[in-house]
Design a protein around this ligand. Structure first.
Ligand SMILES: NC(=O)c1ccc[n+]([C@@H]2O[C@H](COP(=O)([O-])OP(=O)(O)OC[C@H]3O[C@@H](n4cnc5c(N)ncnc54)[C@H](O)[C@@H]3O)[C@@H](O)[C@H]2O)c1
Length: 464
């Protein structure tokens, strides 16, 4: 939200209402809402990009805030089935309808048609009335869209994993800071009070000296089509060229795009980055490693689809990383799919889909004293988990940051470091050998082949 622009919007409102009133020769009474806290002039104007699977949670999390107005949506899919939930009909048109219907039920007339819809995100970015963009698109678009949005003066809510490659993450950090933008990474498990408490127990020595952290990753939930798969015709209303964007040219297959993009290395890093962007994120938080990372990564028996399959990401994730202080991080496909267990000399703490668990059990109620380490809260008044997911609080934390101009709970650097850990795990698993990492310089040591995997060429005309 730009003060300058708000002033001009307010000035505009005042001058047009004054003009209208005098032209009509009548006293003009403004509704209280016009200049209230949630007045149009004070609202954060949001452009929402990517109306697929995750938008079903992210979009309502923006809409429910009275100081938000979603003014535009964008998706390259006009509208279709084919997402993770077979009953979901999603895309640009259903997204626009959802926004208009939400605001319609809040207006006395019950009519609202004010949300615009775009196929090309560059048109949405060109609008000077948009303060914030939510990027809920496949990972191969995160860097380009974030950097273009930052240059256009927009703040960004970017879904996790922050980047497709380490180099893209570095470029995102640079652009966000250079253009003085706010960016929240969508690793919303940071906004869970339980997860924060788990990390506070670890950081305050309740489990003694930390030796190891096990991080949990869900199994890959799509393995077919295998070798010999046949291309399909591109569906009507789906701009496949704009979906591919910077990724290599490839024949269309329904399993390539909606939701399942995450199982192809051209667009994502598989469950390593998908679930890893949550589990490894909280692991780094608990270890106090947010601004650094492990120094060594090694494959522990990962499994991959047969050559020629549509999907190219690990079907079984298993790698070991080691921090400079000797702590080990073991990241593995296992139950309960998302979360981690910190193991120390005097006990352990586990968080994630199975809930919070500790040994000894008494740690569950161990108070964190006033002089101990307290980690940031997304919503300071929230003391316990009230949602199945914590996305509404994570979005609220972002909106508050947009207003205060202070960093949110998961700023660009932290999102980048978490994604880096996952990317390096993938590189070690793909190469099936140990790689050494310098977290200060952000370089792989003495391995040209592995170093080349830190970045990817982009297909013209797209570039960072
Ligand atoms: N925070 C979480 O827990 C969580 C959960 C699921 C997904 N995600 C993240 O959300 C992002 C989207 O995942 P999803 O499951 O919703 O995928 P999806 O394929 O279901 O939806 C993505 C949408 O983006 C659209 N899109 C693709 N390229 C576009 C472009 N150039 N311009 C505009 N729209 C474009 C697609 O047509 C699709 O409708 C991913 O980065 C994913 O990792 C986060």
């Amino acid at each position: 939200m730009k003060t300058q622009r708000n002033i001009s919007r307010r000035k505009f409102l005042r001058s047009t209402t004054a003009l209208t009133a005098s032209a009509l020769g009548a006293p003009f009474i403004l509704p209280a809402s016009v200049f209230g806290a949630a007045a149009p002039s004070n609202r954060i104007h949001v452009g929402f990009v990517g109306l697929g699977n995750q938008s079903t949670i992210d979009l309502p999390s923006f809409l429910q805030n009275d100081d938000v107005q979603v003014v535009a949506v964008c998706d390259v899919n006009t509208g279709s089935y084919g997402y993770i939930n077979p009953k979901h009909f999603l895309g640009r048109k259903p997204g626009q309808d959802q926004v208009n219907a939400y605001y319609a039920q809040k207006t006395p007339s019950g009519n609202f048609k004010g949300c615009d819809a775009y196929n090309d995100f560059r048109e949405l970015l060109a609008r000077s009335d948009i303060d914030v963009v939510a990027l809920v698109v496949p990972d191969h678009w995160h860097a380009i869209m974030t950097i273009m949005a930052a240059k256009a003066g927009k703040d960004v809510y970017c879904e996790k994993p922050l980047s497709l490659t380490v180099a893209q993450g570095q470029a995102m950090v640079k652009a966000v800071r250079q253009h003085k933008r706010i960016l929240q990474t969508g690793s919303h498990f940071r906004s869970s009070p339980n997860n924060r408490f788990a990390c506070e127990l670890v950081r305050n020595g309740r489990i003694g000296q930390v030796k190891r952290v096990l991080t949990f990753i869900a199994e890959q939930n799509a393995v077919d089509p295998g070798p010999g798969w046949k291309p399909m015709p591109v569906p009507k209303g789906f701009d496949y060229e704009m979906w591919l964007g910077p990724a290599p040219k490839a024949p269309y297959h329904a399993g390539r795009c909606l939701y399942r993009f995450r199982f192809n290395l051209d667009y994502s890093g598989g469950q390593t980055t998908n679930f890893g962007a949550h589990s490894n994120d909280i692991a780094q938080w608990g270890l106090g490693m947010d601004h650094t990372g492990p120094v060594e990564f090694e494959d522990m028996g990962s499994e991959w689809p047969p050559k020629g399959s549509l999907y190219t990401t690990a079907t079984k994730v298993h790698f070991r990383a080691r921090y400079a202080n000797g702590i080990e991080l073991i990241c593995e496909t296992r139950e309960p799919k998302m979360g981690a267990r910190f193991e120390g000399t005097e006990g352990w703490v586990q968080f994630g889909f199975g809930g919070l668990k500790t040994s000894p059990e008494s740690l569950m109620t161990s108070p964190i004293g006033p002089n101990e380490i307290h980690l940031p809260h997304s919503i300071p008044s929230r003391t316990e988990d009230v949602y199945k997911n914590y996305l509404p609080d994570h979005v609220r934390n972002f909106l508050d940051s947009v207003k205060s101009r202070r960093d949110p709970i998961e700023p660009v650097e932290i999102g980048h470091r978490t994604a880096t850990l996952c990317h390096l795990g993938n590189i070690a698993m793909r190469l099936k050998r140990k790689i050494r990492w310098d977290p200060q310089q952000e370089t792989i040591l003495d391995d040209d082949e592995a170093s080349a995997m830190l970045s990817r060429p982009m297909r013209a005309p797209w570039h960072l």
